[in-house]
Design a protein around this ligand. Sequence first.
Ligand SMILES: Cc1cc2nc3c(=O)[nH]c(=O)nc-3n(C[C@H](O)[C@H](O)[C@H](O)COP(=O)(O)OP(=O)(O)OC[C@H]3O[C@@H](n4cnc5c(N)ncnc54)[C@H](O)[C@@H]3O)c2cc1C
Length: 417
Amino acid sequence: MSASQVDVVVLGAGMVGVSAALHLQAAGRSVAIVDRHPTPAGETSYGNSGVIEGSVIEPHYFPRDLRKLWRYARNATSEANYHLSALASVAPWLFAYWRAGAGEAAARSARGLLPLIRAAIPEHDALIAQADAEHLVRRGGWVKLYRSEPGWAKAKADAERARAAGMRIDALDAAGLAALEPALRGALAGAMHMRDAVSVQDPGDLAAAYGRLFLARGGRHLVGDARSLAEIGQGWTVSTGAGTLAARDVVVALGPWSDDVFRALGYRLPLGVKRGYHLHYAAEGNATLARPVYDADGGFVLAPMSRGVRLTTGAEFARRDAPPTPVQIDKTSAVARQIFPLGAPVEPTPWLGRRPCLPDMLPVIGRGWRHRGLWFDFGHQHLGLTLGPASGRLLAELVTHAEPFIDPAPYRAERFA
Ligand SMILES: Cc1cc2nc3c(=O)[nH]c(=O)nc-3n(C[C@H](O)[C@H](O)[C@H](O)COP(=O)(O)OP(=O)(O)OC[C@H]3O[C@@H](n4cnc5c(N)ncnc54)[C@H](O)[C@@H]3O)c2cc1C
């Protein structure tokens, strides 16, 4: 494969782009990845909570609880934060998000999410085996904690519906929780063990392992700016450090930066971001966690990672590129210490990431309808680690005109046209 011509160029080397590249390669295409970083997972796919979900039946809808909304409006919670200065620019997206979170629209999102979720772990497992990466994953599910009685009542109802869909979720009493996670402490209304989930000790390492598999199979990873994409004749070109790269097909898998490319091509897709932070901590004494733990009322996750216990925050609504304001780290670390003996941070500054989100909380997977050979694979919201490989398989099947393994209709970009 020469540096100058491939069948497909994938823009973006996050979990979504690397997974799509592997599937396109498996379908017989010569593929190059172009990213501004020289290795995979330089952005969002590095910093998440490391949960490959198996037990969700609906996406993160806009909350409808009025008391919660009032607290959000006053920036009085640890789970959400917003920049007042960004409100005018973010408001139209928030309104679309709110509208998509109820009634038939919400049911449509849930129906769209389920086939991808069902495929998520099997598709990861196939890549984990091929990349020889089993040592990077844990098979113990994850735990969700509920402090309030209303939160616990809702969790039980949600678990009932998820079990009806075949998912394995156990309600835990205090002894059951202590058996799984002896270092957890504090008064709780209840806890759920989401047994189907797989977790990783470093999401960046998993993406890197997939990236090595791609290279070992003849793929190329080139450094370049995706915004140099140009339509030339029957295909596309992009400028890279190794010269101009030409391809018949191009996949936009730039996560929260995808609009930098699709807008220039005339697409108006409502891609927004929910920002989020992480910081690694030491644990006091010999306390450990065996799996990620989500505090539903605090809106944070504590995940055991190779660099320490990773505290990840909920959503921050702000301009994508505004300077970091990690107030949620300060608020949640105090709450997190109520349930786990967090020690000192092991790094000076929190990491900032951006969840790429469409208002209906489904990704865009499919063609750019105004151009020949233009493909989209972005907008994986809170679930991009989980959904990367399943999305990549579907995308590759569409690009190569193979029979899609699931109905691609819910993910078409045209739903926003
Ligand atoms: C705090 C937090 C916790 C999360 N927890 C989980 C979780 O537990 N489980 C889960 O499934 N998901 C989780 N997510 C969501 C998940 O991390 C994202 O959905 C996923 O990483 C998105 O992957 P991506 O490949 O689309 O984007 P990215 O990983 O951001 O990749 C986009 C790539 O595009 C490149 N790029 C951008 N612009 C250009 C340009 N102009 N030129 C060249 N390259 C460019 C970037 O360098 C980057 O490599 C979490 C997210 C956050 C923020």
